[in-house]
Design a protein around this ligand. Structure first.
Ligand SMILES: *[C@@H]1O[C@H](CO)[C@@H](O)[C@H](O)[C@H]1NC(C)=O
Ligand SMILES: *[C@@H]1O[C@H](CO)[C@@H](O)[C@H](O)[C@H]1NC(C)=O
Ligand SMILES: *[C@@H]1O[C@H](CO)[C@@H](O)[C@H](O)[C@H]1NC(C)=O
Ligand SMILES: *[C@@H]1O[C@H](CO)[C@@H](O)[C@H](O)[C@H]1NC(C)=O
Ligand SMILES: *[C@@H]1O[C@H](CO)[C@@H](O)[C@H](O)[C@H]1NC(C)=O
Ligand SMILES: *[C@@H]1O[C@H](CO)[C@@H](O)[C@H](O)[C@H]1NC(C)=O
Ligand SMILES: *[C@@H]1O[C@H](CO)[C@@H](O)[C@H](O)[C@H]1NC(C)=O
Ligand SMILES: *[C@@H]1O[C@H](CO)[C@@H](O)[C@H](O)[C@H]1NC(C)=O
Ligand SMILES: *[C@@H]1O[C@H](CO)[C@@H](O)[C@H](O)[C@H]1NC(C)=O
Length: 797
């Protein structure tokens, strides 16, 4: 869209009066001439004060932006919009009577009527200035008597690049604040490391990388915007490194500009110079191309940045627009990017008055706040989804997806967007009648009732306490002191858990004297067992080869850490044996064994089951990393350690063992945990071992799941195919992903998802652990809540 001045009518009026005989229009303008030293322009109400270029297509001078606010600028002068392409004092408009001067010694100065200097061209190196000139390209220059440019606006761009204007390594353009405010806004594009990088800005010094144009092709030396309307990154030899806007549209017939707009997108605009040569394009500015194509869909989890602020959402139609959901309104209606605020008193978290009947929802189809999730359910109805939010005072909205997936959102809602590509409906929690409850009233009410509850609970709990004491005393009478001491001790280690402690004799019976071995690994051997005491329930008993001396307490602490993990995608620990040198763990039995046999064996499971397993393994791992009281690093994620129950639900096994078996904390090659092919490179260097080692192994596992083959296949047909990770990256960069799944019909028909998963996997196997996503990011990317950025070469770090 075009720039609309606050006083468009005035401009337009002059335009109408004067277009036919353009010359007299330039009251203060020295057209077709060089600007000589000592010339000046004065900002005056309703009088245009500028120097035009020879063709009069561009002008340099004062443009009136507000009632008493002038901008020293360059603009397209022959069109009614007077679209600004460069400005000097966007942060600091000047009043009527301000003066712009080309001094006798060749300086460019902008001063207020009181003589205060507002702006000065940084032309300290420009010696021998002979004149200034507004050129037909839109470049305003200071030149010497040999017509060499000593200073030029083309080298000091603001938010716009014009055809022929150079843009090279180190150059930056800033978006303006909003449509009518020319100060620096929250986005900037910088030419860095051979590529264009879009940053968002929280303050002058606090910027975040937001979007990179084309990492794979990055090696440009210059951004070219040529006179036939192509915009591209050129490599050193002049070849095209990356095309941004491919066109054949001449500057003879069209005005053109490329701008970083205030919503963060970089757009190429054209404007027909006359209706006869418009080639069917609308009169007025129209967009030829925009990158990123929909900026609403980008986001950053940690900062909640994007074109719109917290609690708002973004829609995209040619450009981003910010909106507030029902029940919310703009914090500053004049500045919608500041976000939205609740128009009602938040739900009470008081258990006694949950206020569930006082709230309803406003519905937002195809919407999401991608980074505000804190809980999610599957296989639920929309009604269940909503109820779970209604009953949870922290929840401010839910997203419900067809198929029964439900995400609960916490405040502040960040990176909101509404777009047809989003599969899901948002229900925003809104108080039904907000006018009747004033915040003050409800606070004092809350205080009263919480005092009551406090008193009540003291009474109640003290009586419960007395009862317990009585019970305990009765209980103690019949028991020997020693036995009780042991029990209390055990209870304190396994508080409230159903974990069974077995004697070695018990275990021998359960496993029929270790008769049926079902697996073995580096840690030990696994036997099948039957709990006759528990209706013949099947169990798997893990016997460790050599448990290096751990103290009793340490063993129990670790076992209890494992025991406290309780997740659908983790194999459940049922009991343990800790007797003399015998240390065994008893797990639930997984009837389908390990993933290995289904992935690499004769009967490979199908594409959709493989995706499902990948997603379940990710959830289990996320839980180990984030979901339990002690963070657990698995250290040995591989198909052998993903077990499948009778319904083919994937469950991670052998977690917590790394810590349990801490034989050697120094990192010699022999001390490396994990399995060749799945271990992260930091095991071999001096970097700390973090949860990111599991992310790496997960990445390899994910590739194996996608391709249905092992990460190393020495007999692969082609040498390139031996190492799966390398081959997958090659196929990805060469856009030949179909090679990875060529004999899998279902996957071949689902190549978009193949690509997404391969991209995720490549992120996971980055050599640099800090580049790898967290399992939370992985899960969000797999679920499509977050887009997957283009991954770099895993070994580039
Ligand atoms: C002035 O010239 C010096 C030396 O050539 C250079 O380092 C400096 O960047 C120049 N300053 C400007 C504003 O061009
Ligand atoms: C501007 O001045 C330079 C040097 O004095 C001269 O070469 C050039 O022709 C002048 N341009 C115009 C349009 O007068
Ligand atoms: C241009 O300027 C230089 C010094 O800056 C001077 O020596 C030369 O004579 C000038 N040439 C013309 C044509 O004025
Ligand atoms: C970038 O260009 C240089 C030389 O022009 C070349 O050596 C290098 O390999 C290129 N890098 C990429 C990533 O293309
Ligand atoms: C502009 O760039 C495009 C793409 O490289 C090219 O096809 C076209 O010929 C160029 N135009 C001019 C005038 O150089
Ligand atoms: C570009 O367009 C012009 C006419 O508009 C045409 O003559 C020319 O062949 C075109 N060039 C290319 C490379 O398509
Ligand atoms: C809440 O009250 C304000 C005024 O107090 C009103 O403007 C707003 O529309 C109300 N919101 C709802 C959801 O009723
Ligand atoms: C731009 O921002 C200013 C101040 O923040 C505000 O007064 C003005 O209304 C905004 N303009 C638009 C078009 O939003
Ligand atoms: C959802 O429910 C259906 C039918 O009850 C079942 O087949 C499916 O496995 C369930 N999915 C999940 C993820 O629990």
């Amino acid at each position: 869209m075009a720039f609309v001045p606050i006083y468009p009518l005035l401009f337009f009026f002059f335009f109408l009066v004067l277009t036919s005989s353009q010359m007299p229009f330039y009251a203060n303008a020295q057209t077709y001439k060089n600007v000589s030293l000592g010339s000046s322009l004065i900002a005056q109400n309703n009088i245009n004060s500028f120097w035009a270029s020879p063709s009069a297509e561009f002008a340099f001078g004062f443009q009136q932006i507000q009632k008493d606010g002038f901008l020293l600028a360059i603009w397209f002068n022959k069109i009614p919009e007077k679209t600004i392409v460069w400005s000097a004092n966007g942060n600091d408009l000047v009043p009527t009577g301000s003066k712009f001067e080309l001094t006798i010694d060749g300086q460019l100065l902008l001063k207020t009527p009181t003589g205060q200097q507002i702006w000065k061209a940084d032309s300290s190196n420009a010696t021998g200035v002979a004149y200034a000139a507004m050129l037909d390209t839109g470049n305003f220059v200071l030149a010497n008597n040999g017509s060499i440019n000593l200073w030029e606006t083309f080298k000091q761009p603001t938010d716009t690049i014009l055809p022929t204007q150079p843009f090279v390594e180190g150059d930056t353009i800033f978006s303006r604040y909003n449509e009518t405010k020319y100060s620096e806004g929250k986005f900037l594009i910088s030419f860095r490391g051979g590529d264009l990088v879009l940053f968002t800005r929280h303050s002058a010094s606090d910027v975040d990388k937001f979007y990179v144009w084309d990492t794979a092709a990055a090696n440009g030396t210059e951004l070219i915007f040529n006179i036939s309307g192509s915009i591209y990154l050129a490599a050193k030899d002049g070849s095209i490194a990356s095309m941004l806007s491919p066109n054949n549209i001449s500057t003879k017939d069209f005005y053109q500009r490329a701008v970083i707009d205030y919503d963060g997108a970089f757009r190429h605009y054209v404007y027909p110079k006359s209706s006869t040569s418009s080639e069917g394009r609308p009169l007025g500015w129209s967009i030829l191309s925009a990158v990123p194509s929909n900026i609403c869909l980008l986001g950053r989890e940690d900062r909640g940045v994007g074109p719109c602020g917290f609690n708002s959402y973004c829609t995209y139609d040619q450009r981003a627009t910010c909106h507030c959901p029902g029940g919310y309104s703009f914090i500053d209606p004049d500045d919608v990017a500041k976000g939205c605020k609740q128009d009602f008193v938040s739900q009470s978290c008081n258990k006694e008055s949950p206020e569930t009947d006082l709230f309803h929802y406003s519905k937002m189809p195809n919407g999401d706040w991608g980074y505000s999730d804190y809980e999610h359910f599957e296989n639920v109805t929309e009604d269940y989804c909503w109820q779970s939010c209604l009953e949870d005072c922290i929840c401010v909205a839910v997203m419900f997806r067809q198929g029964g997936v439900c995400f609960k959102k916490k405040p502040p809602l960040s990176n909101g967007r509404m777009d047809p590509s989003i599969d899901g409906t948002i229900l925003v929690k809104v108080r039904k009648d907000n006018s009747t409850i004033s915040p003050r009233n409800s606070v004092s009410k809350k205080n009263n009732s919480s005092t009551l509850i406090l008193v009540g609970s003291i009474l109640l709990s003290s009586s419960v306490f007395v009862n317990c004491l009585l019970l305990l005393v009765t209980f103690l009478v019949g028991r020997s002191y020693n036995k009780i001491r042991k029990e209390i001790q055990e209870q304190s280690i396994f508080p409230g858990m159903g974990l069974q402690s077995y004697t070695y004799e018990d275990i021998k019976k359960v496993t029929n004297d270790f008769s049926e071995e079902i697996g073995s690994g580096a840690f030990g051997t696994v036997f099948k067992g039957v709990l006759t005491s528990d209706h013949g329930k099947l169990v798997a008993v893990k016997r460790f080869n050599s448990m290096v001396a751990e103290s009793d307490v340490e063993f129990k602490t670790e076992v209890s850490a494992i025991d406290r993990t309780n997740h659908r995608n983790l194999v459940k620990l049922l009991g343990f044996c800790n007797e003399e040198q015998h240390r065994l763990l008893v797990y639930e039995f997984m009837s389908n064994g390990s993933l290995e046999s289904f992935l690499f064996g004769v009967s490979r499971i199908n594409w959709y089951s493989r995706i499902q397993i990948a997603s379940e393994a990710a959830k289990g791992l996320l839980y180990l990393h984030d979901g339990c009281s002690t963070q657990i690093i698995h250290c040995d994620i591989k198909p052998q350690n993903i077990l499948l129950d009778d319904k083919f639900t994937a469950k991670i096994s052998d977690f917590g063992l790394a810590k349990l078996l801490k034989t050697d904390q120094t990192r010699t090659t022999t001390g490396i945990r994990g399995t060749k092919g799945y271990v992260a490179p930091e095991w071999f260097s001096n970097q700390p071992i973090t949860v990111k080692v599991d992310v790496y192994s997960f990445g390899i596992l994910l590739l194996e799941l996608i391709c249905g083959r092992r990460n190393v296949e020495a007999e692969a047909g082609d040498e390139n195919e031996i190492i799966l990770a390398d081959w997958a990256y090659e196929c990805y960069t060469e856009r030949k992903l179909e090679l990875l799944v060529k004999d899998d019909k279902e996957a071949m028909e689902d190549l978009k998802r193949v690509e997404k998963l391969v991209k995720i996997a490549i992120w996971c196997i980055q050599d640099d652990p800090s580049l790898r996503p967290t399992m939370k990011n992985v899960k969000q990317m797999m679920e499509g809540i977050v887009e997957v950025p283009i991954p770099p070469d895993p070994s580039s770090a």
